[in-house]
Design a protein around this ligand. Structure first.
Ligand code: ADP
Ligand code: MG
Length: 367
């Protein structure tokens, strides 16, 4: 049974040592510094940290950062104004109320699901809290092995994620999903899971190109996933795709009906005008769940995604948004307050929808 921090008396943690798994994998700029706009992961961890500290616990934070296992968490601890210790520190000798251990992935046993490593991490600790939703789909040592060793709790942010994402499974109608982006292998299981519970699924991004192609349209040089097997999704009545796109062509960037795309062109975005036909559907929806941008936004093709953001913001639906790229763009546009919930997970959100749980959540449930 899952134990939620929010339902637990702070008394339990008084003078106890609590190991807390967070995802403080914030982006670093060229100087290795954290930009003030990139502190979300630190901000969302605050509630759990404050709760435990105020309860009188000693908090030992574990996190990873960056792709390079040698990357230090020092920029994060500097910003949080807490000390940083090596993974092998003798925890009994720590006197500060909140500290962090170095990048957990600097030890290769983190990704190898290693019970010995979990024992080292859990040594001299009384409790474990997972508040790292964005990595809870990974069966890593700190996510799935530590909960076997210590009484374990669901942190505040993880609880929020579960609460909001579970609303998708009992969606109020009309319920609309919007799935964009490019990673087909992660999105296809989600589309299949969402089909029976949603009234409509709007497909955008590079995913839409696969649909256009299988529907028999010329898509030129557009990005597709050659391995995607759409099967009967191609003509599914609930799946809808805009009929107007933005293409890069010899005449520059232009808007076109899909049937007019030629072999030398490249579809880079869904045209806002093509999304107009979905406007009343979106503004009138009771629930909207959205993951993945409509276009190749890093190269400036943001109009389709921006239109989706505006339409969701205009309506009064319960709106649940996830995906690293989609959420980044919403923040860039300063629209984050227009939505009910922005998930901190990209891959984790997709896997949660596909499987209704995650390895890290299951580990807490079995605790
Ligand atoms: P998220 O991180 O939101 O889950 P993905 O990682 O699946 O989304 O996909 C985001 C990527 O999809 C972005 O790099 C974006 O440029 C790309 N993309 C979306 N539409 C297109 C398109 N038409 N052509 C090329 N790339 C696209
Ligand atoms: Mg992404």
């Amino acid at each position: 049974m899952m134990k939620f921090l929010s339902h637990t008396s702070p008394e339990l943690f008084k003078n106890k040592r609590v190991l807390v798994r967070l995802d403080l994998n914030v982006p670093l700029d060229e100087q290795g510094l954290i930009q003030p706009t990139d502190t979300d992961r630190i901000d969302t961890a605050r509630k759990t940290l404050d709760y435990l500290r105020d309860a009188g616990a000693q908090v030992i934070i574990i996190s990873h950062i960056g792709r390079d296992p040698k990357q230090s968490l020092a920029p994060v601890t500097e910003m949080m104004n807490i000390p940083l210790f090596p993974l092998s520190v003798d925890k009994k000798k720590i006197s500060e109320p909140v500290i962090m251990l170095e990048n957990i992935r600097s030890d290769t046993r983190e990704e190898a699901r290693d019970n010995m490593f979990a024992q080292e991490l859990a040594s001299d600790c009384d409790y474990f809290v997972n508040d790292a939703f964005a990595v809870s789909h990974r069966p890593h040592t700190s996510i799935v092995e530590i909960p076997k060793l210590l009484p374990s709790f669901v942190g505040f942010q993880l609880e929020q994620e579960i609460t909001y994402l579970d609303k998708i499974f009992s969606a109020p109608h009309p319920a609309i999903a919007i799935v964009g982006g490019a990673k087909f292998e992660t999105k296809l299981p989600v589309i299949k899971q969402l089909l029976p519970i949603m009234d409509r699924i709007i497909i955008g991004g590079a995913l839409a190109n696969n649909f256009y192609k299988e529907q028999g349209y010329e898509i030129g040089r557009s990005l597709i996933d050659p391995d995607a097997l759409l099967g009967d999704l191609v003509h599914h009545e609930k799946i809808i795709i805009a009929d107007t796109v933005i293409v890069e062509s010899e005449q520059g960037t232009i808007e076109k009906k899909i049937q007019h795309v030629t072999y030398d062109e490249k579809i880079v975005d869904i045209a806002p005008s093509g999304l107009n036909e979905f406007a009343t559907m979106l503004t009138g929806a009771s629930l909207v769940v959205w993951n993945g941008p409509m276009g190749n936004y890093e190269n400036g093709f943001v109009a389709g995604t921006q239109k989706i953001i505006e339409l969701i913001a205009e309506g009064e639906s319960l709106s649940i948004i996830g995906g690293g790229d989609s959420v980044a763009l919403i923040k860039q546009l300063g629209m984050q307050n227009k939505f009910s919930f922005l998930s901190t997970g990209g891959g984790a959100m997709l896997e949660y929808i596909a499987h209704k749980t995650l390895p890290g959540i299951q580990a807490l449930d079995n605790n």
